[in-house]
Design a protein around this ligand. Structure first.
Ligand code: XMP
Length: 327
């Protein structure tokens, strides 16, 4: 078993060669830890869980069982990408759980942001625990814990167990193959494992997903407006060379409407708010200057393509005083 302290001698993984050395060493270590037992992993499609899954698939193949819970709050195309990459390309044993109705029904009418987070977190654990209980003979639980998670949990900032809070009868031994790595190293390893750039260099995405970007009580139609406008923003940032240059960017659809006009008729529809920030550590953030012509183009696309939207706004507030997310 690895310790929780990164040895001074561990070289920072910055090249494909170093990544390959790490991968080879981990495959040996994983095989000796796990033997012929089975391992369960909650695969969100985020960088850390994806790299953990890809490493384990290399080490133990079908003895890894991945569970991907679609809670309805993922970005456009994400569940499909998880299935395509892991089931179709890497041949993983992947259980896809469509829990969209279950989450959205629980969230209906809930306006308080922290209560929304709590419901999403608890429901996720419940769904995952139900899937785990259905499976027999699983001894290990793999987690995409990374070194900053361990440092932050030591300092009492946050608990690092991604699926913490599982019921006591699900008493798994932990497998955490990237727990001594920093995020940049996880990305280098992910690339060496052949994961697509869109997964490896993905911008940060909060656990509660689009749920905190559909402010107030989530409704399915407004959630769809968040998802579609976010997809347009991401597509346009990628096309215009901003992907990888701006740290995080997304859209918010607040729970109020304003008057507009379309085809000579009055409308009463939602605004879409564009949020784009740069930061080193997400503790403070600045707003980058964006080309006005690009903002105009994104506005015309969103108002033409996203149902129920008649305005587009740009949030130019730094953190502080604003936070990055709106909830
Ligand atoms: P804020 O809004 O606090 O966001 O300035 C800082 C960074 O954290 C992300 N974020 C979250 N991530 N669960 C997460 O996993 C959450 O509840 C959550 N809230 C915010 C946010 O996207 C930004 O990168």
């Amino acid at each position: 078993m690895q310790t929780d302290v990164r040895p001074e001698s561990l070289q920072r993984i910055t090249t494909e060669d170093l990544a390959k050395q790490f991968i080879d060493a981990q495959i040996k270590a994983l095989r000796s830890q796990i033997g012929s037992d089975k391992v369960l992993l909650a695969l969100s499609g985020g960088v850390d869980s994806s790299v953990t899954a890809a490493l384990l698939i290399k080490a133990i193949g079908k003895n890894l069982v991945c569970v991907h819970v679609n809670h309805g709050l993922l970005r456009k195309g994400e569940p499909e990408q998880v299935i395509r990459v892991f089931r179709d390309q890497l041949g993983a044993d992947l259980i896809y759980v469509d829990a969209v109705d279950r989450f959205l029904d629980k969230l209906a009418g809930v306006t308080d942001p922290e209560q929304k987070r709590h419901i999403i977190g608890k429901e996720f654990i419940d769904v995952f625990a139900e899937e785990a209980t259905k499976l027999q003979g699983i001894k290990f639980l793999a987690q995409g814990t990374i070194y900053p998670d361990i440092l932050e949990s030591k300092e009492g900032i946050k608990a690092h167990h991604n699926v913490g809070g599982l019921p006591p009868e699900l008493d798994f031994e932990l497998v955490e193959p990237v727990k001594l790595l920093y995020k940049d190293e996880v990305r280098v390893v992910g690339k060496a494992l052949g994961l697509p750039d869109s997964m490896v260099f993905r911008q940060p995405f909060p656990g509660p997903g689009l749920g905190v970007r559909c402010t107030g009580a989530i409704t399915r139609d407004r959630l769809e407006a968040v998802r579609e406008s976010d997809a347009i923003l991401r597509e346009e940032f990628a096309k215009n060379g901003l992907e990888g240059k701006v740290w995080q960017y997304f859209t918010i659809v607040p729970d109020y409407k304003s008057t507009g006009i379309r085809d000579g008729k009055r409308t009463y529809e939602w605004p879409v708010i564009i949020r784009a920030v740069n930061t080193r550590d997400a503790v403070t953030a600045t707003v980058p200057e964006l080309p006005f012509s690009l903002l105009e183009h994104i506005t015309s696309r969103i108002t033409a393509e996203v149902k129920g939207v008649n305005r587009v706004l740009l949030d130019i507030s730094p953190k502080p005083t604003a936070t990055i997310e709106w909830e």
